[in-house]
Design a protein around this ligand. Structure first.
Ligand code: ZN
Length: 364
């Protein structure tokens, strides 16, 4: 079997087990469209690499012969994941293939920029790798702010002063591990699909971190665009006039919907006299002005808010939904689920883990 086809078939088997496992060999053959012989051959290979395992469970087959149930060997490898989206702290975790966090490490950046931040991140990764001890390491994943190429070079990340910075290559060379880096909002969208069971057919995950960015999954693929900046929606004008933005203009979505606004809204919750309803309506109207055309253009089914600080409340989501309802056809709204991600503060770390699974194992 040519190498490319074999890699493709391995990815098919692993993806089926990851999303629908445990499965018998017969069920795997049906799910992947591969022959029973090919499936058995691949299962043997993946078992020898500690990527899948016989669970010990059995399924009844129609001919009455019990079939062994195969599943992902979640603890057979570890992933070292880094989240750089909070510019004050590098967060790291060692996790299983199914995203169960085994241990955590973090380091403050103390305002460091340039190569110094990368060194802090590499140190955190080094500590995690040391703690993985005898477990095999599948790779290192980095969720970074900014625009990144598929090779993990940072085109620019304003907060860290990175321009054309080879983040993945540098970390990979120092750590001597397979290392991948991608935009943090993009990998949060991947995590929603890989670890939270979301559909990848039409999903936008809006990340409410220090800035605002989004990751878009369309027809099973992460949308990057010709200059890798798809989902950079923070500086689309959301209202006429409005507050000044870091980009020099006024009223960008990021000025209406960000950590500060959410913290202020949360504080207003304790004192209704401060106009919580008006504040929510303002956010809902402005957010919908930017998000509705995107939902409509891509026929999205899932609009998810990644909220690492737990600041997004139900009435906030309701306000955005109401804003969208004013702008979208009822048929589009009927097909749209607006919600807050259940991945919480770990969405960035899980995204970095999902990135490694996608790059190393072809998991989709
Ligand atoms: Zn702006």
């Amino acid at each position: 079997m040519p190498g490319d086809a074999r890699a493709h078939n391995r990815a098919l088997v692993l993806s089926s087990l990851f999303h629908a496992g445990p499965l018998s060999r017969a069920e795997l053959a049906r799910a992947t469209g591969l022959t029973r012989v090919t499936v058995s051959d691949l299962v043997a290979e993946l078992t020898s690499e500690d990527l899948v395992q016989d669970t010990g469970g059995r399924t009844e087959t129609r001919v009455g012969k019990p079939g062994a149930l195969i599943d992902i060997n979640s603890d057979g490898h570890m992933i070292a994941a880094l989240d750089l989206s909070d510019t004050s702290t590098v967060r790291g975790a060692l996790m299983t293939l199914r995203g169960k966090v085994v241990t955590r490490r973090e380091a403050t950046t103390n305002g460091a920029t340039g190569a110094a931040v990368a060194e802090i991140a590499i140190d955190v990764a080094r500590g995690l790798i040391a703690e993985s001890r005898e477990a095999k390491l599948l790779g290192v994943g980095i969720a970074s702010p900014g625009v990144l190429t598929p090779a993990g070079d940072v085109v620019y990340a304003k907060d860290y002063g990175w321009t054309d910075f080879p983040l993945a290559a540098l970390a990979g060379a120092e750590l001597t591990q397979h290392t991948y880096a991608a935009n943090d909002a993009n990998v949060r969208a991947l995590a929603e699909f890989t670890f939270a069971g979301a559909s990848a057919e039409g999903l936008m995950e809006v990340s409410l971190t220090d800035g605002l960015g989004a990751g878009i999954l369309l027809d099973g693929l992460l949308l990057l665009g010709p200059s890798n900046a798809a989902g950079e929606i923070g500086h689309i004008p959301a209202m006429v006039g409005g507050d000044p933005c870091t980009c020099g203009r006024r009223g960008c979505l990021e000025t209406v919907l960000n950590k500060r606004v959410l913290e202020a809204a949360a504080a207003r919750g304790e004192d209704p006299a401060l106009g919580r309803e008006e504040a929510l309506e303002r956010v809902g109207t402005a957010a919908a002005a930017v998000l509705a055309p995107i939902v409509s253009a891509f026929n999205l089914s899932d609009l998810v808010f990644a909220d690492p600080r737990g600041l997004v409340t139900d009435d906030f989501v309701a306000a955005i939904r109401a804003g969208l309802e004013e702008r979208l056809l009822p048929q589009t709204m009927d097909n749209l689920d607006v919600r807050v991600s259940e991945l919480g503060a770990d969405a960035g770390l899980l995204g970095a883990g999902a990135l490694v699974l996608a790059e190393r194992l072809g998991l989709t």
